[in-house]
Design a protein around this ligand. Structure first.
Ligand code: NDP
Ligand code: OXD
Length: 313
């Protein structure tokens, strides 16, 4: 690196310290937006998850933008995002592994009827029962067989479930039946006792989980959304749960975050809700990937994991 690149860190108040130290270790001059004074005309790179809309376009020298997350909808929802600037997303084995842990944990909790046994314990009752369905006859479908979805499919498959996945293009993943494109979505959905959503949020995938999609799932199916709240039409989900068509749902992400206190999701008896924690970016790993990406650009090379602006992911 010739000169010390100037990096603007755009994170919520109080979070800057987590990122500033590991980024500075890479020889970068880091300015935390809202904390440090900086000259917009000197900023070379921006690092963020959801930057304030309109801010990035005020940085005239910007060479690249780095996402602290795998999902980049927080950038592309800004109509003023400077689309000529490369947007680099975060791809990390630990992030994928933790997403897969979360997905597998919720499939297993429902499959092994944890809530039934917890209720029996609360009553002090010895209530043995068989599994509602044999593991190899229980079908788990992954919406989005990308970096994270593929690891989810592999890890859940190790428990003996019958796996399938849906993506834009056909995939070859050992032991996972591949469905591709809008034309195969209904066939995919009709074979999912558990549905795990790990899609990126784009114009094509917004509200992909709506009343029509829920109706295609077999009666008693269980939905797990760990991607973005915008994938699920929340009133349609609640209606499908209340009608008894769906047996339950685990939601880690919501249309509005934080989930408003008045949301019916909080108290729904058949929803498990967590506050967008299925996996949390490690500051050390993210800083290393930003430092490597900047070093590549400064050498005149393309960084890895650049978002395709036409696809939106
Ligand atoms: P990738 O880009 O690696 O994978 C995306 C997958 O979705 C690909 O298989 C792609 O198909 C498929 N896809 C995209 N659009 C469509 C479409 N219109 N129809 C069918 N398939 C489609 O993303 P990651 O796996 O890295 O991340 C997925 C998402 O997970 C992120 O965007 C983020 O929203 C979410 N996430 C949530 C976290 C949390 O804590 N809750 C943490 C980390 C990520 P193809 O391969 O054919 O292009
Ligand atoms: C991500 C997230 O996209 O944490 O990485 O949501």
């Amino acid at each position: 690196m010739s000169a010390q690149p100037n990096v603007l860190l755009l994170v919520p108040p109080g979070w800057g310290g987590l990122w500033q130290a590991p980024l500075s270790l890479g020889g970068l001059k880091v300015f935390a937006h809202g904390v440090d004074a900086y000259d917009a005309a000197t900023i070379d790179y921006a690092v963020s998850f959801r930057p304030p809309p309109g801010l990035l376009k005020t940085l005239p020298k910007l060479k690249a933008v780095f996402s602290l997350g795998a999902g980049v909808d927080g950038f592309l929802m800004d109509p003023d995002f400077p689309k000529h600037v490369p947007l680099v997303r975060f791809v990390d084995v630990t992030l994928s592994r933790e997403m897969a842990q979360y997905a597998a944990m919720h499939v297993l909790m429902q499959h092994r009827t944890v809530q039934f046994f917890a209720a029996a314990q609360a009553e002090g009752k010895w209530r043995q029962r068989m599994l509602p369905r044999a593991t190899d006859e229980t079908r788990v479908g992954i919406l989005g067989l990308g970096e994270i979805g593929t690891v989810c499919a592999q890890r859940i498959r190790e428990h003996g479930f019958a796996m399938s996945g849906w993506s834009r293009t056909r995939k070859t993943v050992d032991g996972v039946k591949s469905y591709a494109g809008a034309g195969e979505l209904d066939a995919f959905l009709s074979g999912c006792d558990f549905l795990v959503c790990v899609l990126p949020l784009t114009a094509d995938t917004r509200h992909v989980l709506n009343a029509a999609a829920f109706a295609k799932l077999p009666k008693g199916a269980y939905v797990i959304n760990i991607a973005r709240g915008g994938h699920v039409n929340e009133p349609d989900l609640i209606a499908a749960l209340d009608s008894g068509h769906l047996s339950g749902a685990t939601l880690d992400v919501f249309e509005t975050e934080p989930l408003p206190e008045a949301s019916p999701i909080w108290k729904h008896p058949r929803i498990i809700a967590t506050p967008h924690v299925a996996a949390i970016t490690s500051p050390g790993a993210a800083a290393r990937s930003v430092i490597d990406g900047i070093a590549a650009i400064e050498r005149g090379e393309a960084p890895r994991n650049v978002v395709d602006m036409r696809r939106g992911y």
